[in-house]
Structures are given as C-alpha cells and as structure tokens.
Write a protein that binds this ligand. Sequence first.
Ligand SMILES: [Zn+2]
Length: 632
Amino acid sequence: MKLPQWVRRLVFQNWYSAPDRLPLSHKRVSRQSIWRQYAWRQYGWRVALFAAIVLLQVTWARMPVRSTELPIELNSPMNSPMNSPVNSPVNSPAEFRTCRPNTQFTTVRSSDQVPLAQTSNLGELLSNLSPALAAQFPAPFPQINGIARLARVPVIMYHDILPEKEVFFDVTPSEFTAALELIRTNGLMPISLDQLTQHLATGVQLPEKPILLTFDDGYKGHYESVYPLIKQYGYPALFAIYPEKVGTGSDIGRSSLTWEQLREMAADPLVTIASHSFTHPLDMTQLPDDRLRYEVAESKRVLETNLGMTLKYFVYPSGKNDERVQHWVQMAGYRAALTMNDEVDKFAGESENLLSIDRIGQSSLAEVIQSAYGGAPLPPFGNSLNLGTDVKLDRRTVNKVPLIMASGGRPTTIHAKSRYQVPEIIANTPAVAAVDGGFFSLENLDSNVMVGPVLSQSTQEFIPSVRQEVGLLVGRPLILISPDKVLFVPFDSVKHNSLAGVQAEMPQVTDAFVGAAWLVKDGQPQPTESFGKLYGFDASRDRAYWGINYAGQPVVGVSGDYVDSVTLGKALSQAGLRDAVMLDSGASASLAYEGKSMMSYEPRPVPHVVALLPPNPTLAACAIVSEKQDQE
Ligand SMILES: [Zn+2]
C-alpha cells in the first residue's frame, strides 16, 4: 500500500534533517517552496503529534462504557470504605447515594462526553503524551507555568566547604556528607537546573521529591570535597563561578578553583556551570548599563572560551537583581537566573519568574526537605479537569498566608439533614476530605435550609431558593458540578432558580449551590472592587474555599489564620489555583481530612459540604431526578 504524498511527507520528512534534503541546490526552486520545506521540517512533527492526539481522544470518547465501570452501591459491606468509623457519632447525618446500574448512569456517559475513568490504555497513552506536548508549548518566557506553582522544589545554596569554619555559612566536609545522607534517607532526588527550568516553563512533573544543590563563588573546597562526594552519590549540582577569581589562589575571596579543576568538573554530566558575574559586584542593581552588560556578557564569554561549552544560567551575586538587571541577563542569552532571599524561604515555583528563581540557604535544608514535592501530573490533554489522582493534604505558607488544602479526587457536595461537624457529615461516606459549603439560613439551630438554590448528589433533589433572598445572590458564583465538569458562573436569579435552569447551563449537573465570591478567576486573583458589597470581605477571618488548580485537580481548603478575601485570593493564585471560590468565613470555616478536623478550634456545625471522593470510577455520580416545590 502506498501512502498519499502528504502523509509520507508529514511522517517521514521531519525525521531527517540532512542538509542534502535542502532544496537549495535545485536551480528553479522558488523562495516560497524553500520556506515550505523549512516550515515542514520545523513544525511538521508537532502538527502530526497534535493530530494523533486529537484522533486518539475522539476515538477514546466514543468507546462504549465497559461493564466493569458500572457503579456499585456504596452502602453494601463490600464497598464501604475501610477507614469509616463503625459507629458514627450521629445517626446518618447524610445519605450518600450513587446511581443504580441501568438507570441514570448511561445518560451521564453520553457520547458527547469524555469518560473520566483513566483506566483504558488510550487514557494512559494520552496522559503519557501530555508532558511531551507540554514541552512544546511552554509558558511565554520568562513566566512560570501555573502547574509548576503546585510543586515545591527547594534550590539549596552553599558557599565554601572547608575543614575549619571561618564564617557561619561555611560547611565542613563531614557536615556536607551528613546533608547528602539526609537527602538520600529522606528519598529526595537531586535534579539539574536544566530539569528545573523545563519544569518551571512547562509544568511537566518532576520526580516525587526533587531538590537542586548549588554552590557559589568557586572555592577550592568545591573541587576537593564537593565534587568527589556528588560523584559518589550520583547527584547533579550547579557551581556559580566569577572568572576574575578563577586561578588567583586565595587573593580574592579566599581559596579559588583553577581553570584546570573547573574544566574537569565542567566536563562531568553531573555538573552545571553558571556565571556569577565577572567581578562579583556587591549590588548589580547599582551598576550603570555598560558595566552591567560587561558583568553578564564578558563573564559568559570568558567562561565559555575557557570551558568550551555554552553557558545557559546566571547567578546574581548576593541575589541582588531588579527588572533592569534581569533585562541585561536575558539580552546576554541566559535562559534562567538564580537569586536568593534572606527573609523568607521560597520554593522554586514561588519565584517571580525564570530570571529570578529563589534559593534557600543550606541551614534550612533539614526543614525544607520535609515538604519537597515534584508537582501534580499534567491534566489529560484537551480536558481541563484531572479527576484521576489521589486526594492529598498540603499545608503551605504563601506570602505569609498559611493554607491548609486537600487536592485530587472528584468533587461532590453533601446536603445533610441538619447541622453537624464536617467530619461527622463525611463519616459514613467514601469522602477523603471536605470543607463546609454554601451559606445556610440561621433561623433554627437544626435547620438545613440553605441560602440560594441547592442541588446535591447526596439528596438528588433540587431545592430552589426562597424568593425574597434570591435577588441578593445575583452575580455571586453559582457552582455547578457534573461527572466530568465543574463550572463557576455568575448567578442569575431568573435563570438559575430551577432544575431546568441549571440543566440548561450544564445538562448532566449533579450538584449546584451559590458561593460567596470569586477569590481567583481564570488565574487572576480578584481585586477589591470585585467583592462589591459582600459583607466583611475585607475583615480578617478564617475563610473556607474550594476550586480547581492548574493541574485540573479539585481543591478544598481553609486559611490557617485570619485573612481578608483579597489577600487570600492572591495567596491561592500563587499556590497554583486557576479558579477559587470563597465558601464561608468566620466561625464555621472547617476542613476535614481522613476523618479528622484540620481546625485548631471547634467550628460551628454546618448542613452542607464540598467533599473530595477518591478517584475510583465505581463511585460515579448521576444526574438529578427530582425537584422540590418552590418555597414561598
Ligand atoms: Zn557569590
């Protein structure tokens, strides 16, 4: 069988780039056709990859649902979660229902929706292709990709390593060996700056617990102690060198590497050499343009000439840099630059951009390796949600705002019969984590009446809002959940107060309720103006929220301290949330994880939660069947 010309060209041509294929030797080739050939060689395979993925996804979406994915009743002993307590402190605060086979389930899996179960080989293939595809479409330089904000990569900064300490940040060889042992026994995987920058630009996942080791100023001990040890452990490391010092003995800045030692290290694949300027000025932000250009460009030229390699990275002396310094670093052809910050320890993903990647002093090593994390998997291509990962707890402090969050799994809501503590509400369900949900009426202590319309998977009943209050909710985020989608839309009191109305917005809707306000919308933290007249939005309070992160995972969480809404939105955006909605603030803000309250106080009981179920596809949700009569 002979393939059509265009297919052969698409598939084969780009695998060869031999110069003899260039049509330049043909006399009558037009400029246009040279460009066309060039364009195919440059971009053809990307187009082919893209087409293949689209084709796979379409095929996958059209595959029939397999019998093994049929849901099973949760209440049967076989499927009850292992960790649910035998005796719940209250009698069934909430029923947790799933569909029965052959009822609503098939309507959920209609052919126009992509099945969520990531169990098929095609699904795995797509997930595996995602990183390759992401690498082709990085965030615009020097921005950090939103997904990379979810990871926590410590970049550790060392200075001299020598037998006798002279200043506090000196490290002895035995202390450094102990640090390497600490890294090894804690299961950390040192990575190179190449790996880190690719991750920061594309969001591609790193090893589970990554760390990057860096050594500044080119001391003799880097050759005598550090280099043999990193070879012994097989760990990559970065050395920041300023040429003025190399080979000077101890005249400038104590001991120094020689060019010969440096060449030997640079030739080792474990070693990355970066420029640390030419003369190590005290503060590069104070230098005039011509001197700046000299420091960044001349140091690059001299190091490249002496080492016979291209230098890609710059390390600011004493971390000092600003926009102008970054500009010159970029102009000199560097692809990334490292800085340092004495005040706060920041992981790489919290950095401003690729031209100022933060580092952490070596004295914090033992502390920061406890939270090293390689990031979430990329969402399956073409699907903004990734509901196939395990639910995990994450505590971190961003811009001085402590955050307690659980992410992963699949979102659902539970509308309980009365008010309970959040751990009580999820006690007899498979939910791994939950946060208190929408606003509720304060009329009676045991009332479960919500403010605004509510539809919950747990009751499978749509309860409209009382007419008097519905107008107050206009424009607030209406949260809609279906088995494969989550939507946050501005609430419309005419359109959204009936089951038909919310189904018009999302046909397979399983859960709906109205939240307090957007904290982050399409990646943008919301400004003061966006909160309008929302009562107390600018007060410092405990706050509960939920949303979707850049990896497409659902997230539920609380602030670990009093915070106002605008500050919280900024922190959540920095922590990698693409969309986040505030659910509650004050004394009922509550997060439960694996059956336990994550709060330092006992919150007020609530009737409604947003919960994260494990990614198990047999816990499929189903569309809604009934509607309560409108309340007058
Ligand atoms: Zn330095």
